[in-house]
Design a protein around this ligand. Structure first.
Ligand SMILES: [Zn+2]
Length: 467
């Protein structure tokens, strides 16, 4: 199967040029001008940009709630990522109840996602049930192709919570085998003190969620994790950085040579906390995620961080929680499951509110949405690049498109989209996954299930910071 993409303007993380791209047997085989070879399919990209397919460093599909039974939307909804220009998701594998991590990975790949996955998928392990065996599993995960693991420094007293003892033990082991440790950084005691005090006063509406997750609680946990990572020489990725205080900790650490990579998310770049002020619970609950949405000034600072490479990656933190589950917290904001959908809106948000507003360049967009996340996960240059030998994952992007985001135009797999009503400029017009057209005229073609597991190599992006 040979597919030729003609006349497009190619954008990479460092360049912009007009050329044709030939994809043969799933891989890019030629890049050049006026390629004319016998092809099965020719796509004319005149007037459009050609970007590498997006790599989403942070998605949760069919993630278990803390009850270990109910989940957010499953892998049968992963096509929303493809429609929005993401051809590889990096999904989290938590411990299945009673299972170690390796068995949980097997269960997620061969049971939960089997026959449902639309984009390709790499994986982060996510320890949610630490035992002494966990440390022995770290090299096994790396060998299997999972060179990253996330630890929750919040959510005390659930089994998700990792105290300093566990964090330190995992960092020591991970640093020895080329694994990058990731942290959800919020100080759990700060949260408990603030949340319980608010609840005791009878303040139980969704808006109290953001009032009780203060930036200092996030910054403290980021700072502690970096100090531990420095001491153990283990590279770190701080996921979903939401505020100025936490970003500044990373900025200072990088200036001092710490091996730390920051990630933020579209909702922290374009939405603010006042969404949760809506007196209608059914509206306000949709924006409850952790860390909480912050202020306009935080958004501006995060864009600045991306430009200075103080924060290097934009992941969606997609967690499509249906409204009936959000309503579990109708009487008490502490019971609202945390998470926002967004797997399909990462590219749209970065283009409309970044490139179009002059906040980032097109090259920067490609870097933070595809290239650097691929490097962090050890799947570059197979993913995240337009190069000879890379997978034929391309987004043919129409910069002329103008629309308003609705859940119909930008589906999430559930009843709502947190960017509903916002302006959108540009969209993924055609998307190719390993040379196969999966999105055409902005619509997902509903192919038979097509995604594959992509094993990652150890010693990813954060190790490159070592001098
Ligand atoms: Zn997450």
């Amino acid at each position: 199967m040979k597919t030729l993409v003609k006349n497009g303007t190619i954008i990479t993380s460092t360049n912009e040029f007009k050329a044709d791209i030939l994809i043969e047997n799933e891989k890019i085989s030629m890049i050049g001008n006026d390629l004319s070879v016998g092809c099965d399919k020719v796509i004319d990209a005149e007037g459009k940009y050609v970007l590498p397919g997006g790599v989403d460093n942070h998605s949760h599909f069919e993630a278990l709630n803390t009850d270990g039974v109910t989940t957010n939307a499953g892998y049968d909804t992963t096509w929303v990522a493809l429609k929005g220009g993401t051809t590889t998701i990096v999904d989290f594998c938590t411990n299945e109840p009673g299972m170690n991590l390796m068995d949980s990975v097997d269960y997620r790949l061969n049971v939960r996602s089997k026959g449902k996955l639309a984009p390709d998928m790499a994986m982060h392990a996510c320890c949610t049930d630490y035992t002494e065996e966990t440390l022995d599993e770290i090299p096994k995960l790396v060998e299997f192709g999972i060179p990253t693991m996330k630890l929750f420094l919040a959510y005390k007293p659930t089994p998700l919570y990792m105290d300093d003892y566990k964090l330190l033990k995992c960092l020591k082991k991970a640093g020895e085998c080329g694994m990058t440790m990731m942290v959800h950084a919020e100080n759990p005691d700060v949260l408990d003190v603030e949340r319980n005090a608010m609840a005791e006063k009878g303040c139980l509406a969704p808006k109290y969620h953001y009032m009780t997750r203060p930036p200092y609680g996030e910054a403290e946990a980021v700072s502690r994790a970096i100090r531990f990572a420095d001491a153990t020489d283990c590279p770190l990725c701080v996921v979903h950085v939401s505020c100025i205080e936490a970003a500044q900790v990373i900025q200072e650490a990088r200036a001092k040579g710490s091996l730390v990579i920051g990630e933020t998310c579209p909702h922290y770049l374009v939405l603010d906390k006042h969404k949760m002020d809506d007196p209608d619970f059914d509206q306000a609950c949709r924006w409850v995620c952790s860390p909480a949405l912050r202020d306009k000034e935080d958004q501006e600072y995060l864009w600045k961080c991306l430009n200075h490479d103080w924060i290097s990656i934009v992941g969606s933190d997609n967690s499509s929680i249906p409204l009936y589950q959000k309503h579990w917290g109708e009487e008490d904001f502490r019971a609202i499951p945390n998470g926002c959908p967004g797997a399909g809106d990462r590219l749209n948000a970065l283009w409309t509110y970044g490139v179009e507003k002059g906040k980032i360049t097109k090259q920067k967009l490609v870097d933070i949405y595809a290239t650097l996340p691929a490097k962090l996960n050890g799947i570059f240059p197979q993913k995240g690049a337009i190069d000879i030998g890379s997978d034929g994952d391309l987004v043919i992007f129409d910069p002329e498109y103008k629309g308003t985001i609705t859940v119909e135009s930008n589906p999430t797999g559930i009843e709502y989209n947190v960017f509903e009503g916002m302006e959108q400029i540009g969209r993924a017009d055609t998307v190719l996954l390993r040379g196969e057209v999966v999105v055409e005229n902005g619509e997902y073609l509903d192919k038979p299930v097509f995604g594959r597991f992509v094993p990652g190599k150890p010693y990813g992006l954060a190790y490159e910071l070592k001098k």
